[in-house]
Design a protein. Sequence first.
Length: 83
Amino acid sequence: MENNNLREKLIEKGKELLKVSPGNDSTFKVKDLKEDNAIYMYQKFRGGGGLIMDYNGDYLFFASCVNFNDALEKFREGKRSNN
């Protein structure tokens, strides 16, 4: 239950960072990355971005032109946008 609350808070933070308009989140997608203890969030449209956020709230933002696997590799190497 506690993890679900944290997950929802992180998703809300992700929406904020990706500038998802309230009530207009039909293009906003979320995928759990259990092996990385993280969440992948992105906007599914041209020019949208994505981010991978760990459960500490640290994240790596990347543009839509960046391949997800490349971004995940950087995330696993410790690269973050917010520090």
